[in-house]
Design a binder for this molecule. Structure first.
Ligand code: COA
Length: 260
């Protein structure tokens, strides 16, 4: 697969995706969204990949938003299509992946950049990170799920204020708001991520996938999250990972999960 805008590296069971348009502060153009979709689809079916990290290249930006130059001349119809296609290809896709996807926010995460970080299963940030949804300053609203996910993560009042003011918050405020889980110096971001990834990778990939689905169910229209939990809880009992996990516990050894 030829990739022009992102880099993919593998270390042990972790895949690192780096959005690599530093001259445009890693802004998400159409091509980058498609490449992210293609790579994430491949990684989701790769049994050797147990955690995925998404970050931005350079020290300044995670992603400074959707690429404004691409949509500045769009009609209403094209605008709606841009949002719908982007949500399907990337933002909803990431949220619903079974492999944990963690955003390492290493600088500006604005507009589509914050929306991408919010689609990930959780976020860690460097202490220089700045986050915001500045779309109303451009005369538009967040279109990649930002109005929904920001309110879910930080609460309605804070989301309203952040969106209306188009302002940025720093990493410490983002942590206080519950938008990011950890804030560390930029140089420690990857090591922090790897420490968390190591803990995740000790656990059953099948159970983690089922848990992600159950947690997400709470935020889906017309879906009863408790029912999803009951169903997925039951499904786990039929898996090799469950047999291995319970047997290893009873035999007082560490489990070796195959993700089946
Ligand atoms: N889309 C397209 N290009 C972008 C971009 C975006 N969202 N964000 C930054 N860039 C480009 C700039 O146009 C500039 O390109 P140029 O050198 O060819 O002129 C380059 O990235 C560097 O950005 P610059 O604005 O010069 O850096 P800065 O340090 O002065 O400011 C920001 C940094 C993040 C505050 C500023 O780039 C910005 O406000 N970006 C837009 C954020 C936004 O509104 N995002 C939501 C989009 S829906």
């Amino acid at each position: 697969m030829e990739l022009k805008n992102i880099l993919v590296e593998h270390e042990k069971a972790t895949a690192t995706i780096t959005i690599n348009r530093p001259e445009k502060l890693n802004a998400l153009n159409k091509e980058t969204i498609q490449e992210l979709h293609d790579v994430l689809s491949l990684l989701e079916t790769n049994e050797n990949v147990r955690t995925i990290i998404i970050t931005g290249s350079g020290e300044k930006a995670f992603v400074a938003g959707a690429d404004i130059s691409e949509f500045a001349h769009f009609s209403e119809k094209q605008g709606a299509e841009l949002a719908r296609k982007g949500q399907e290809l990337l933002f909803d896709f990431v949220e619903n992946m079974k492999t944990p996807v963690i955003a390492a926010v290493n600088g500006f995460a604005l507009g589509g950049g914050l929306e991408l970080a919010m689609s990930c299963h959780f976020r860690i940030a460097s202490d220089n990170a700045k986050m915001g949804l500045p779309e109303v300053s451009l005369g538009v609203i967040p279109g990649y799920g930002g109005t929904q996910r920001l309110a879910q993560l930080v609460g309605k009042g804070r989301a309203m204020e952040m969106v209306m003011t188009a302002g940025m918050i720093d990493a410490q405020s983002a942590k206080e708001f519950g938008l990011v889980n950890h804030v560390v110096p930029q140089a420690d971001l990857f090591a922090t991520y790897m420490g968390i990834a190591d803990k995740i990778q000790r656990n059953s990939p099948v159970a983690i996938g089922k848990a992600i689905e159950a947690i997400n169910a709470n935020f889906k229209d017309g879906v009863n999250g408790f029912e999803t939990e009951i169903e997925n809880f039951g499904i786990c009992f039929g898996t090799a990972d469950f047999k291995e996990g319970t047997t290893a516990f009873l035999e007082k050894r560490r489990p070796v999960f195959e993700g089946k």
